[in-house]
Design a protein around this ligand. Structure first.
Ligand SMILES: *Cc1c(COP(=O)(O)O)cnc(C)c1O
Length: 233
């Protein structure tokens, strides 16, 4: 905790929110954009600081880390928790009761397991499909061409509610990739596939959230920009 300063975190959140508002005004955006605090490597005591600053959404990447921290989170302001990291099918069972959304659905097999467990736990899990918009081999996510097809299959699953799309674009030329995501998102939205809704577009991180907002992002996922540089041990 020694490396973190409450005043800095507070100021960072203020600045990011201000930047989001500014971009929306400048480009006449009409979506609402929510700031998500991405918690990886950050101690739960520090994560708890964000709730007092109006942040109501956490992003979790790693199952083990989340399980070790979740009981220390201050849930008094009812924050929502989204899983945003790569999720192995055999780990869904550990998080199914504790997250409000899984943003990283990238295969039919993973969706089937989420569906099965959600039904067994009497709930409906909100999900986003993760799209590999840059076609990068190192990244998970489905290809843009296969997205609609996967969504059609998910639309029949009663334990899953599709809410939209998520992406981690290549680190350069973000305008191009966010532009493509915006197109894909609106094309699928226009199809009005029965059983799915397209109201969430999760894109933008510390280095590119302003550009993402310009292209219609409704959730920006920020870690470093809030908490400072990560210290990987
Ligand atoms: C780590 C991470 C983020 C946040 O990255 P920063 O550059 O620290 O803002 C956002 N989304 C995902 C999926 C991540 O893994």
């Amino acid at each position: 905790m020694d490396n973190y300063s409450f005043e800095t975190v507070k100021e960072n959140i203020r600045i990011i929110n201000e930047n989001i508002r500014e971009v929306q005004e400048r480009y006449g955006c009409n979506q609402t954009t929510e700031l998500m605090a991405v918690t990886k490597t950050v101690p739960p005591e520090v994560v708890n600081w964000v709730f007092g600053e109006g942040v109501k959404l956490l992003g979790e990447n790693r199952v083990q880390e989340f399980l070790s921290k979740k009981d220390c989170y201050d849930m008094s302001t009812s924050p929502r928790i989204h899983f945003i990291g790569h999720l192995q099918t055999n780990k869904v069972k550990y998080i199914i009761d504790d997250v409000d959304m899984i943003q990283s659905v990238d295969s039919l097999k993973l969706a089937q397991e989420i569906n099965r467990l959600a039904l067994a736990h009497n709930k409906i899990m909100d999900v986003l499909c993760e799209v590999n918009i840059g076609g990068e081999e190192s990244k998970s996510g489905i290809s843009p061409d296969e997205t609609e097809n996967l969504l059609e299959k998910l639309s029949d699953m009663e334990g899953i509610r599709v809410k939209g799309l998520m992406t981690i674009p290549p680190p350069v030329e973000s305008d191009i990739y966010f532009g493509r995501m915006a197109e894909l998102f609106s094309r699928i939205k226009d199809k009005a596939i029965e059983g799915i809704s397209m109201d969430t577009l999760s894109m933008g991180m510390t280095h590119d959230y302003a550009t993402a907002v310009k292209y219609g992002s409704t959730i920006v996922r920020v870690g470093t920009g809030i908490f400072g540089k990560r210290d990987y041990r």
